[in-house]
Design a protein around this ligand. Structure first.
Ligand SMILES: [Zn+2]
Length: 213
């Protein structure tokens, strides 16, 4: 085993803790109706170099995940060998999680199928502009005279295409991405920060839609 491989090895106990945290956060998003029909996925960073993320498994009800419903993926979003549960698989979307984590340095990425940002992308396909709203502070921005444009990228089943579109529009001060006709990605230092940002962004785009009639 190479030194790099040994350093990136994730212990069962460590993965269990990550799985517990991901299950708890998934249940909160599911309760909001943001992870309907097994959709969406959450990830946390386990290692920096080489990048390793713990990602929720594919195809499970996100309101009913257990600590074991987690997969370790690499910088391409592919499951690494020697998983505690080799029978479970990451979502294909893990590839975009990994790309976002690598580019932004985020400790956690949440991907949810929440309606308001998708509606906003339909109205503003060149990006959703938000400004002069108190809730912008929840995304690390100023409440006044600080325009945030949340990028919108076309949906694709090819994570390479989505990843390239994400990187083309990446702005370190805007920790969110809307995939048109699909859903929302938000990231932060940890799962709680990513969730708080997702909650604030949902409020902001709901306001923008309601105010722009
Ligand atoms: Zn999705």
């Amino acid at each position: 085993m190479s030194p790099a491989t040994a350093a990136s090895q994730v212990s069962t106990a460590e993965l269990h803790r990550a799985g517990q945290a991901l299950a708890a956060e998934s249940a909160r998003f599911a309760a909001l109706g943001w992870m309907r029909g097994t959709s969406g996925n959450l990830s946390v960073r386990l290692r920096d170099d080489p990048l390793r993320l713990a990602v929720t498994t594919s195809g499970r009800d996100k309101g009913e995940l257990g600590a074991e419903d987690v997969v370790v993926v690499d910088q391409a979003g592919a499951a690494v060998p020697d998983q505690p549960r080799p029978d479970v698989r990451p979502s294909a979307e893990a590839g975009l999680h990994a790309r976002i984590a690598a580019r932004s340095g985020a400790g956690a990425v949440v991907h949810v199928h929440v309606l308001a940002p998708v509606l906003a992308a339909e109205r503003w396909p060149d990006g959703v502009v938000l400004r002069d709203l108190e809730m912008l502070k929840g995304l690390g921005r100023a409440a006044h005279d600080d325009e945030m444009r949340v990028p919108v990228v076309p949906n694709s089943q090819d994570m390479g295409v989505l990843g390239a579109a994400f990187e083309a529009g990446f702005d370190a001060a805007t920790p969110a991405l809307i995939v048109a006709r699909h859903g929302l990605y938000v990231w932060g230092g940890d799962l709680a920060e990513a969730r708080h940002r997702a909650e604030c962004l949902e409020w902001l785009v709901s306001f923008a839609l309601a105010a722009d009639r």
